[in-house]
Design a protein around this ligand. Structure first.
Ligand SMILES: Cc1ncc(COP(=O)(O)O)c(C=O)c1O
Length: 380
């Protein structure tokens, strides 16, 4: 099965590991935790954990998923039971499992753009018709729900998108979520929502899993939970028959999760409130710095109120996005993620979440922009 180049993962990961990368502002995971930091943050005993690990059985993990972890995941939602949780390898594993289980060549799907590329390229690779509906930058990356209503028909299998959105951070209101569910219901379609970035608001953030019986929600340990290396992903599916099919598909990919990964992440999730508090504080601090930088800037701006871990920055320079970011890395050692990864020309994704040298990076970006403008590339 031929599939598109996964632009984001194939460009960003090698760039990230390159020696040129001195100031990393391209990522979307909140600053990763070490094992020691995790135990300090949660107040759990590291010694007890290490003792448990010593006696851990290294056979396959529980096929249905470690019960302790499924219980902890279910508690992140209002209407979800532990048995509705399917554990998989990472958020990418979750999205892939869902799309490959659900979508068939004879279907059409609605892809809300910018989207995580799996939701667009995997359906295309199996021959499914993909109908794209764009978020509107000038409207703060809001969705025109009438466009979604017009795009669906009786052959629509699912509406697929990320909320909060990656890379813009735009968040649907509860009313908009309910309307999307209503549109899906009108044609008996599924809603497939990648909620990797859910959790940065102080109050409870509604999930599609709570709102619609034909919703499938994916999430993982990577972004807000700062534990991408554990590769724990999950799918919430309240439909028993589809859940059986998801387990069947997972058997072809990975059979079950990893024993260490599920155990340590279960401990972390039992203290989700503390992890959320840490992530919110990191993102808010960085956001204040970037907001200050953006104020009155001649060449860059962004449109959305971000509830994710990144901003999508638009720049008024006549340079393609990949070239702009390659040049920034080559000349200034600053790595941001180019907007062509999201089919968003003249933009880059800037991290609010993993940015130890944020101020230095912004200063270097300004230097670079100044040089491009001096070379006549400015569009203002
Ligand atoms: C929206 C979105 N979904 C899924 C993923 C992949 O998640 P994971 O690292 O858990 O595989 C990412 C990572 O960048 C993402 O941004």
């Amino acid at each position: 099965m031929k599939i598109d180049n996964f632009v984001l993962e194939n460009w960003l990961n090698p760039a990230c590991e390159s020696e040129k990368n001195k100031v990393y502002l391209g990522g979307s995971c909140v600053l990763p935790l070490t094992v020691e930091e995790l135990f300090e943050l949660t107040g759990e005993s590291l010694e007890d954990f290490l003792e448990e690990v010593k006696h851990m059985n290294l056979g396959y993990a529980n096929f249905a998923g470690t019960p302790r972890l499924r219980r902890a995941v279910a508690k992140l939602y209002r209407e979800v039971r532990p048995e509705d949780v399917v554990l998989v390898h990472g958020g990418t594993g979750a999205n892939n499992t869902v799309v490959m289980t659900l979508i068939e060549p004879s279907d059409n799907i609605i892809s809300i753009m910018p989207n995580y590329q799996q939701f667009d390229s995997i359906p295309k690779s199996i021959g499914t018709e993909v109908r794209q509906v764009d978020l509107k930058p000038e409207a703060g990356y809001r969705l025109d729900l009438n466009e979604v209503r017009q795009a669906v028909d009786s052959n629509t299998k699912a509406i697929l998108f990320t909320n909060p959105n990656n890379p813009t951070g735009a968040l649907l209101s509860l009313e908009e979520m309910e309307e999307i569910a209503e549109i899906a219901r009108s044609v008996d379609a599924w809603v497939v929502c990648d909620e990797m970035y859910r959790g940065l608001k102080d109050e409870y953030m509604p999930s599609f899993a709570d709102l619609y019986d034909k919703a499938i929600v994916t999430c993982s340990s990577s972004k807000i939970y700062s534990m991408a290396g554990t590769r724990v992903g999950w799918i919430i599916c309240r439909d028993e028959e589809l859940r059986r099919e998801l387990f069947n598909r997972r058997s072809y990919d990975s059979i079950c999760g990893g024993v260490f990964d599920e155990w340590i992440f279960a401990i972390a999730l039992e203290h989700a409130d503390k992890i959320f508090a840490r992530s919110r504080s990191i993102v808010r601090k960085n956001k204040a710095i970037v907001d200050q930088w953006l104020k009155g800037h001649k060449y860059v701006h962004q449109y959305a109120e971000s509830y994710g871990t990144t901003y999508l920055i638009h720049y008024d320079l006549d340079v393609d996005a990949e070239k702009f970011c390659d040049g920034l890395l080559d000349k200034k050692g600053v790595l941001v993620c180019h907007g062509d990864c999201f089919y968003m020309p003249h933009t880059f994704r800037l991290s609010l979440s993993h940015a130890e040298k944020l101020e230095e990076g912004l200063r270097l970006i300004d230097e670079y922009i100044g040089e491009l403008a001096a070379a006549g590339k400015g569009m203002k």
